[in-house]
Unconditional design. Structure first.
Length: 287
């Protein structure tokens, strides 16, 4: 097994939390995965993993090795993709990180068109909150990421614009209104979503002299909705990508507040990522 293959095995073990899961991902038997990591540890002269009952954990040397391994594998993949690009082909893997609320926008249709245009490219989609997807992009874990604008320092193409809405429990006094102002929300206990969209409505609230103090915080949209349904407070979430939950209602905000999301790539974007961005720049696809 080459050193590059050993690095890929190490990354699989680190990403999937164990030898068995990594083997299933790579199509290898668990003993072969274990031998590969052991051989790499011998070559590098330091233990990379500690075995635990619940799986494995990276040692300090392992954490450093994984960072370098990820970049090494990425560079080899990039080399192959760029050589293929010279020959007129787009190959490799498009790894894209998305916000859960953005996955329900135009993104699926764009990815479908992309796979039709570039059948030699495999697409891998993962979801996370704003800071996670930015970190994954910065670290080279993904080639492209859906981010909330503004996103200084990144090349971006607008993906979608949608409204932010007040989230209220059914029967709440504000639920009877056609629209809800920030000043009215300021008077209520507030459930602050920590997934990333807070930067959008916090800026809008500040512009009208309102400060929304968090009584509770929750990262997942489902948790925010459950807390609102339990009448622990009110909240603000995007109007798209939010699961509908009985016992809650959405109302437009006053002033109207928009969230703009875009696809971003780093300066060292792969040919597949550049091709995807170029597709987005061409125009909107229809569902």
């Amino acid at each position: 097994m080459t050193t590059l293959q050993q690095l890929k095995v190490l990354l699989a073990v680190a990403d999937h939390g164990g030898f068995t899961a990594a083997g299933e991902r790579l199509g290898m038997a668990q003993p072969a995965v274990s031998r590969s990591v052991a051989a790499l540890e011998t070559e590098l002269g330091a233990p990379l993993l500690t075995r635990q009952r619940t799986g494995v954990a990276l040692t300090e040397a392992g954490e450093r090795a994984v960072r370098r391994a990820r970049e090494a594998v990425r560079q080899v993949d990039l080399l192959r993709a760029e050589v293929a690009e010279v020959a007129g082909q787009i190959t490799g893997t498009l790894r894209i990180a998305s916000l859960p609320t953005a996955t329900g926008t135009r993104l699926p249709a764009e990815l479908r068109l992309f796979t039709e245009r570039h059948p030699l490219v495999a697409v891998r989609l993962i979801e996370g909150v704003d800071q996670e997807v930015r970190d994954w992009l910065d670290l080279g874990v993904v080639d492209a990421a859906v981010v909330t604008l503004p996103a200084p320092g990144l090349r971006t193409v607008l993906l979608d614009t949608h409204e932010m809405c007040a989230v209220l429990p059914v029967g709440h006094r504000l639920a009877e209104k056609d629209a809800v102002s920030y000043a009215e929300l300021e008077e209520e206990p507030f459930v602050r979503p920590t997934g990333g969209c807070a930067q959008v409505f916090s800026a809008a609230a500040e512009q009208v002299g309102v400060r929304l103090e968090a009584t509770f915080e929750a990262r997942e949209m489902s948790a925010v909705l459950e807390m609102v349904r339990a009448r622990l407070g009110v909240s603000i979430l995007p109007s798209v990508g939010v699961p509908r939950l009985d016992g809650t209602v959405l109302r437009p905000l006053v002033p109207r507040t928009e969230r703009r999301v875009a696809v971003a790539v780093s300066a060292s974007a792969s040919p597949a990522a550049r091709a995807f961005l170029a597709q987005l720049e061409d125009g909107v696809v229809s569902d």
